[in-house]
Design a protein around this ligand. Structure first.
Ligand SMILES: [Zn+2]
Length: 317
């Protein structure tokens, strides 16, 4: 996977980090730029996608679900993924070749999204802003660490930008890869459905990791439900503006994916509270305003680099 991701940039060095946690970082060291993916991210992404596609109740529209089965043991190990047995049991591939191929593609797309999210932190100069303004040279995705209110506000906006970059660029690269991929599987799979399912599972996975590890929401990252909403809105608003065909996912996915996590892994506990859902749109709107005076500062770095981020409602020039 590392080699496949590295080919997207000659200036950003991408490598695995020997850490079993579900995480990734973008980092500056002098003028060198790095993306580090914790191997725990790749492991758990494999466990989740292979297990979901082996469940005959999940996305039965894809392939032949009569070939699939999901054991209680596999669910138990998925919940306790540090058990060494999980590496054997949770990596069993779906039996149906179409579902197997769908899982394989979705794992690739999840890595594309993560990579381009981290690359957006670098390309949109987020690291340079937080280095010069807040004396930090690293962008970590999961771990919560104390920040001033001002830095937390700015970082939340930068996360939304990085998610939009991750979404739109992964969609573009995925469609290009699909066009050049083998024809055999194409007639039975929909590339936009695969992209939507993969990205939505990944964003819901961020919330699951938080709940499963009893972690507080990181002050640097918006609630995953808001991030999900932001990705959905940005792909529908900006796809065509940035020369992409809008995403046409033939199946509504968000509810089905969060129900799968809730029923299968959380004994029916909801993934999000009613308040989180109800306030998400308004909260998203307010987060954008929190960039405050840093908006112009960030723009100066971006103009120098030639990668300008356009805010919602801003006219592209
Ligand atoms: Zn980020």
């Amino acid at each position: 996977m590392r080699r496949e991701l590295q080919r997207f940039s000659s200036s950003i060095l991408c490598d695995y980090i020997n850490n079993s946690q579900f995480n990734a970082v973008a980092k500056l060291q002098g003028d060198k730029e790095y993306i580090g993916i914790f191997y725990g991210f790749t492991f758990f992404v494999y466990y989740i996608f292979l297990t979901m596609m082996s469940d005959p109740k999940f996305l039965p529209e894809i392939g032949d679900v009569s070939l699939e089965s999901l054991s209680d043991r596999r669910i138990r190990l998925l919940k306790n993924s540090t058990d060494p047995e999980a590496a054997l049991v949770c990596t069993a591939w779906p039996k149906c070749p179409v579902r197997r191929s769908a899982a394989d593609h979705m794992i690739y797309i999840a890595h594309l999204f993560l990579y381009f999210h981290e690359a957006a932190h670098l390309e949109f100069c987020h690291l340079y802003l937080v280095r010069d303004e807040f004396q930090s040279d690293v962008y970590e995705e999961i771990e919560a660490f104390p920040l001033s209110d001002e830095e937390a506000d700015v970082r939340q906006v930068l996360e939304l930008q990085a998610d939009q970059g991750g979404a739109l660029t992964s969609l573009r690269e995925w469609r290009a890869a699909w066009q050049h991929g083998p024809v055999a599987v194409k007639h039975s799979l929909d590339e936009d459905l695969l992209w939507s399912a993969s990205v939505e599972i990944l964003l819901i996975l961020f919330q699951y990791i938080r709940i499963a590890n009893n972690k507080k929401l990181s002050p640097s990252h918006p609630n995953p439900f808001i991030r999900w909403l932001n990705v959905k809105m940005s792909t529908s608003i900006y796809a065509e503006e940035t020369g992409l065909k809008n995403v046409n996912s033939p199946i509504p996915l968000g509810k089905r994916i969060s129900e799968w996590f809730s029923k299968t892994l959380l004994d029916g506990a909801p993934m999000y509270s009613d308040v989180e859902r109800k306030n998400a749109k308004l909260e998203l709107y307010h987060i954008w305003e929190r960039i405050g005076p840093y908006r112009d500062k960030l723009r100066q770095y971006q103009l120098r680099r030639g990668h300008v981020y356009y805010y919602p409602g801003e006219i592209r020039t």
